[in-house]
Design a protein around this ligand. Sequence first.
Ligand SMILES: [Zn+2]
Length: 280
Amino acid sequence: MTKKYILLLVSYAVVASCLAQSSLDSILPVRGLCIAAPSPDGIDPFIDFINKDLVPRKINTLVLRVDFRYQYKSHPELVADNALSTSDIKKLVRTCQAGGIQLIPQVNLLGHQSWSTNVGKLLVEYPQFNETPYVPLDKELTWPNEWGLYCLSYCPLHPDVHKIVFEVVDEIMDAFEAKAFHAGMDEVFYLGDDKCPRCQGRDKAELFAGELTKIRNHLALNGRELWIWGDRLIDGKTTGIGLWEASYNNTHRAIDMIPKDVVINDWHYERPDPTAIYFA
Ligand SMILES: [Zn+2]
């Protein structure tokens, strides 16, 4: 009698938990966190963090900002300091699978190829991809500065950039066994530069949409989804949302030029504008 009573209680608890989960999934299907990928010596504490903090809170999506901190075999020249090994990544993959969390790697594409004059691996190794090679990089520049330098971009029309970038994307996606890829594409201030021999005079919204569509189409070949940050698709001037959270260089019109299956991550620093509704 006691045993049956306990069994019933357990069964009830399982049913109640399944009902709570399905109702949570129907109300809020994506419960995500985006955070920098841990360093190799931080893998074990990070796995504890997933198991003890994320799983109990029903987080089901984890975007990890990896960039070039993975030991890429296709492009060893691009591997940054403190890069994760395949075995490090697999520990994260198995932990997330066990916890019901979709793991999504992020490598910043187009923009964020430097922080000020601290240049990322892509443009260090391939300076010919730099959209604004005339900007001096020999000393740190504080914002604002005469060059308008916040972060460097690669030129989306350079004929050699996508072969390299897509090899990196494919390799990180295989390592993560991921179905979705996060390309960042936020805060792109340098785009369609007047001095770029390929981009000068072109419509910045078309350049942004073109690059986004190219990345989306490449991922779609393997049944994979593109995720991006939403700020370049919002008109900063008209809305007053500002230079970081929205676009001041007319990329916002790209919203009507991009495929509808791209997942837009809405974000804000200052004001809770209902831009998710705008995107929907
Ligand atoms: Zn260009």
